[in-house]
Ligand binder design. Structure first.
Ligand code: GAR
Length: 190
């Protein structure tokens, strides 16, 4: 089996990126080749550098108006693009060219869409006194949070939970499942 080559895209801290890079560090079939970010100071970039994974920072113009990001991925023969806390809408031209998946910190289709990301999601879930929240891993299409769902996991939201404590529970689920789901997806032929 040929090596499957992953690119991670992240805008923030990159704790999910970290888990994915660690999980596949010694894998014979799956390799994290590069980490891309739209934020020059994203901590995710430092995490990748520490693990000797190539990084690339791009701006809005490069992403939406030029083929630079696509070319970067094509040259590196990327088979799967993994969004891990990446907050810009992926342009249609990229969605058509690459297989892309995302993780969302709620049970889609609830609490998704433009401006629903990170802590905002958890604040809304707490405000609405939802009994459950969770994570969704899904294919990416040209709309926010609308691609086919690959995997979901649930957690309870307790009366005593705050947006911060809920964020912690969600991060635990994400860290536990995202690498495994990627591995399964690859072993099923993507
Ligand atoms: C994660 O909780 C991820 O689900 C969320 O951002 C966080 C990034 O954390 N993504 C979205 O909200 C996408 N709409 P991390 O940088 O520590 O991996």
């Amino acid at each position: 089996m040929d090596m499957i080559r992953l690119a991670i895209m992240a805008s923030g801290s990159g704790s999910n990126a970290q888990k994915i890079m660690e999980y596949f560090a010694d894998n014979k079939h799956i390799k994290v080749v590069c980490l891309l970010s739209n934020k020059p100071y994203a901590y995710a970039l430092q995490r990748a550098e520490k693990m000797n994974i190539e990084t690339f920072v791009f701006n809005r113009n490069q992403f939406y108006e030029t083929p630079e990001v696509e070319n970067f991925l094509t040259i590196r023969k990327i088979n799967l693009v993994v969004l891990a806390g990446f907050l810009w809408l992926v342009p249609e031209k990229m969605v058509r060219k690459f297989k892309i998946i995302n993780i969302h910190p709620a049970l889609l289709p609830e609490y998704g869409g433009k401006n629903m990301y990170g802590m905002r999601v958890h604040e809304a879930v707490i405000q609405n006194r939802e009994p459950f929240s969770g994570i969704t891993i899904h294919h990416v299409n040209e709309h926010y949070d609308e691609g086919n769902i690959i995997f979901q996991a649930k957690c309870r939201v307790d009366e005593s939970d705050t947006a911060e404590s809920l964020a912690e529970k969600i991060h635990e689920l994400e860290h536990r499942y995202y690498p495994e789901v990627i591995e399964k997806l690859v072993s099923n032929g993507l």
